[in-house]
Design a protein around this ligand. Structure first.
Ligand code: TRP
Length: 348
């Protein structure tokens, strides 16, 4: 085999499911951090439609959700020029590498995955094989680019651990130092956004009440109205964060304010100490409208021309494939596959 491709120094990869109705929780918890990362790193962002079909999907809806998520990323500030933005199924190397990883990962490793247990529920026998091997595809997403850092939330940490195990398993099996062991990129600033109707449950796209969340497509009036209607308590705001304990709704709104203002809870409280929600809510509404309404406007604009979104994703896919193809060629060669795939030179 010819020499290994040089290892990228720092390359970010992350994926997001194509679900409609992205909301403030998705924005402050993940997307906003992706936007920041592109300033400092080569960043690759992927809408994971292959992962989506591990559970039942309506094809027309899947197309729509894929475009919607791409539009929210662009509206939030992901630059399709500076970063690589594409949908997973357009780059065949993901599926190719996932198969190789299915032959590295052990049943015992996958059996430990808590997300499979949650998603499969009681009727495990009826879960798809794809849902079971979801994490090997995720490992392939990351390692098809030999990404070194992966921004993920708490819920995906176990999958990232497994990705490291797979990378190491591959390297060991074939006696190569080919794959990096990717590190989670955890954000100090990631904000856990709770429902506007119940400070104890996460803001969610599946909550029956639309007033429980601020959607990325909401316009200025709707954003202001939802904040006006948000559940609160009758007390004034405390001067320090300790005073928010046992007041989940107050904590949530102050946390949202701090995140949107690029500030922190302590300094928000030092500005609003002793004031009630009658004063705090209008200030929050004004801030939220200023930060979020332009994104909603941009999203609606983008979605009015779905062909343009498709073109942006297609261009991203070409650029993604340019990075992934030589890596997968080399994998094929390392594994011992003959043929067009092994362009990196004749193996031994
Ligand atoms: N599983 C991730 C989620 O549900 C999405 C995802 C797919 C991903 N592939 C990835 C995240 C690779 C990071 C890296 O949120």
């Amino acid at each position: 085999m010819t020499s290994l491709l040089p290892m990228p120094e720092k390359r970010i990869f992350s994926g997001i499911q194509p679900t409609g109705n992205l909301h403030l929780g998705n924005y402050l918890g993940a997307i906003r951090n992706w936007v920041t990362l592109q300033d400092d790193f080569e960043s690759i962002y992927c809408v994971v439609d292959l992962h989506a079909i591990t559970v039942a999907q309506d094809p027309q809806q899947l197309r729509q959700s894929t475009r919607e998520v791409a539009a929210s990323l662009i509206a939030a500030g992901i630059s399709p020029e500076r970063s690589v933005l594409f949908n997973q199924s357009s780059v065949p190397q993901h599926s190719q590498l996932a198969w190789v990883f299915n032959c590295i990962a052990r049943l015992g490793w996958l059996n430990r995955m808590t997300q499979f247990k949650e998603k499969a529920g009681k009727n495990r026998e009826n879960a798809t094989v794809g849902l079971y091997s979801y994490p090997t595809l995720m490992a392939a997403d990351i390692l098809a680019y030999r990404a070194t850092h992966v921004p993920v939330g708490e819920d995906q940490k176990q999958h990232l651990e497994l990705t490291r195990d797979i990378a190491q398993g591959f390297n060991q099996t074939y006696g190569v130092e080919f794959f990096p062991l990717p590190e989670p990129q955890i954000f100090g600033s990631a904000t856990r956004v709770m429902s506007l109707r119940d400070g104890n449950s996460k803001m969610s796209k599946s909550d029956a009440s639309d007033n429980s969340r601020i959607n990325m497509t909401d316009d200025a009036d709707l954003i202001a109205q939802k904040i006006r209607k948000a559940k609160t308590d009758p007390d004034a705001l405390p001067s320090e964060s300790a005073g928010l304990e046992g007041r989940p709704e107050a904590q949530n709104l102050v946390g949202i304010f701090a995140a949107l203002a690029d500030s922190d809870v302590e300094s928000v409280l030092s500005d609003f100490a002793g004031r009630g929600f009658g004063e705090f809510k209008p200030a929050l509404a004004e801030l939220a409208v200023a930060k979020l309404a332009p994104m909603g406007d941009r999203m609606r604009e983008l979605l009015a021309n779905p062909g343009d979104i498709d073109a942006v994703l297609a261009d991203g896919a070409l650029r993604a494939e340019e990075i992934a193809a030589p890596i997968i060629d080399q994998v094929n060669d390392i594994v011992g596959f003959l043929g067009a795939g092994s362009k990196s030179g004749p193996g031994s």
